[in-house]
Design a protein around this ligand. Sequence first.
Ligand SMILES: Cc1cc2nc3c(=O)[nH]c(=O)nc-3n(C[C@H](O)[C@H](O)[C@H](O)COP(=O)(O)O)c2cc1C
Length: 356
Amino acid sequence: MIDVPENIPQRKRIILGPLARLLLKLFKWDITGTIPNLKKMILIGAPHSAMRAVGKAAQKFNTMFGVSALATVSVEEISSMIDTPKMFQFYFHKDRGLNDSCLERAKAAKFDVMALTVDTITGGNRERDLRTGFTSPPKLTLSSLFSFATKPMWGINYLTKGKFELPHLQDFVKEGTDTNTSIGNYFSTMLDQSMNWKDAEKLCSQWGGHFALKGVMSVEDAKRAVDIGCTGIMVSNHGGRQLDGSRSPFDQLAEIVDAVGDKIDVICEGGIHRGTHMLKALSLGAKACSGGRLYLYALAAAGQAGVERALGQYKSELERDMKLMGCTKISDLNRSNLRFRNILNSIRTMINCICC
Ligand SMILES: Cc1cc2nc3c(=O)[nH]c(=O)nc-3n(C[C@H](O)[C@H](O)[C@H](O)COP(=O)(O)O)c2cc1C
């Protein structure tokens, strides 16, 4: 993440409203098949070996699970492990053999969705990675040695949980597995910077199933995605890790939903930390929400149990807050649930408070 404050959406200015419907519908409360299964949420699997734990937790909550081309666990293994919906995150490499192999393997492993990441045409300037010296495969530095020494379970896991590998890449490239590289450098050197709409269209038709562009942030691109045959788009700025100072996906959502929401599924991706964040995005017209760090810290702290605890909290927040809003099902959510705070009034109130 580069510029954290810039990636905080205007969500705080939006108030969720029960409006006049509070209690009226509670006697008919029926959320079966929607909220309890967290079907409206996608966990983006980060490329690390704890992916199995995340996959199992996703299965338990019936949530879609995303597996990256840079994942440390193969699509075949994930498929044999879980039978809930799965999405493959495709990075368009210069090496066309690698691209074809990823596509065929994800297809053969019966993945349900292909998402082509389109916001990594070059690496973002990930200052924290530069500072810590983070690379793939991980490299021992003085500070990482200190981290391992103070958290012995990390070292034990690293030594006992199998060799670090990137199963979708290793037959094609050495970078990331045999040769240390930063993620930013990997994007800039291994991905095809000349990727264009024709390439995306071709991939979409080769895949022949649900196909999304991940990283769309403008109405123009969203419309173009419809034209090339996409069935979805993920409104995303890669968690603020690519373009420094970019607008947050949540703030971009409404105009994109207005332009293409009746034609394809629009997913709000990133910056989701609470159940109410999902409720606001779904009310604005997103079909689902997705994210990476929404489970990552819980994973780091407590493995699969941690992810399950985080998902359990999202689920109970959604249930509780929908009840408090008087909504009985996800399809009840719409813009009439939302009120936009007038920022000038808020400032005036603040000044009045200070002066009085
Ligand atoms: C550790 C980590 C690894 C990621 N790896 C990938 C990846 O391989 N492919 C991809 O398209 N996005 C990747 N992302 C970006 C996420 O898919 C997603 O866009 C971002 O995390 C959303 O923001 P959030 O973390 O605020 O939820 C990664 C993010 C993180 C934090």
